[in-house]
Design a protein around this ligand. Sequence first.
Ligand code: AMP
Length: 282
Amino acid sequence: MKIITDIEQMQKYSIDKKRKNKVIGFVPTMGALHDGHFSLVKASLKKCDITIVSIYINPAQFGPNEDLANYPRTLEEDKKALIKLGVDVLFLPSDEIMYPSDYKTWVIVEKLTEKLCGKSRPVHFKGVTTVVTKLFNIVQCDYAFFGQKDYQQSVVIKQMVKDLNLPVNIIVCPIIREADGLAMSSRNKYLDNELRKQALVLNQALIEAQKLIKNGEKDSKNLIYAMEKILKTSKNAKIDYIEIIDPVTLDTLNSINNDCVIALAVYIGNTRLIDNCIIKIN
Ligand code: AMP
């Protein structure tokens, strides 16, 4: 596996591969890799000739009181796992080359980023869309792989690619869960044994909602109430939001008549976790 830390070198590598008609797949990550990330890598390896993974903890997507300083960093383990999977290139840029001191340009997707996670993380998506645009320009990928785990992010990125006519196909891969149902996340590393157990309520709430919908419940209020009840069984849970939304516009739905997404964000202790499920009606 080639490790590239330089932007020009990364661009040259990709231009050279494209000249040779190779299809390039890209998986952007912040590291502390787990099976969720690896599922994206495997999807890229399957679809593309060349797979590039980036590990970059993007400071621009963290708010001032968020966990940038503590975000888990496991670079040596990550490298070993990516070599084992057969990744072609690991791109490891530094803050200095991504955001030099005279940096001035930002990419903003309106409306979609003001909902859900955007309410409690007002600078987050501006950081995400900016870094992803930069990474696409550097890596010059044909396909980029994102997880459904960050559902809103996937919708925002698709909108950005469409609006800015970026020549990249976005592939969204399913949520990978631990055996007990907890959605895999680098932030799960923050949870001690007790909080790790309590964190199961997120998936349990989603399962309950899916069960109720199967049994005919259509009213979002009733579904949200039933989910709240489950989340409140965890004594260290604090709900940020539970929303039932349109899969494309992310608008809140009062009742379930068409396909929708149930999305939630919940603090377990100090750790903010997100999860979601897609409900297919049609
Ligand atoms: P992150 O390193 O947290 O920025 O995540 C990098 C990519 O991995 C994003 O596209 C995430 O949506 C995706 N991802 C994170 N956790 C999971 C998971 N449990 N299942 C599938 N994809 C995931």
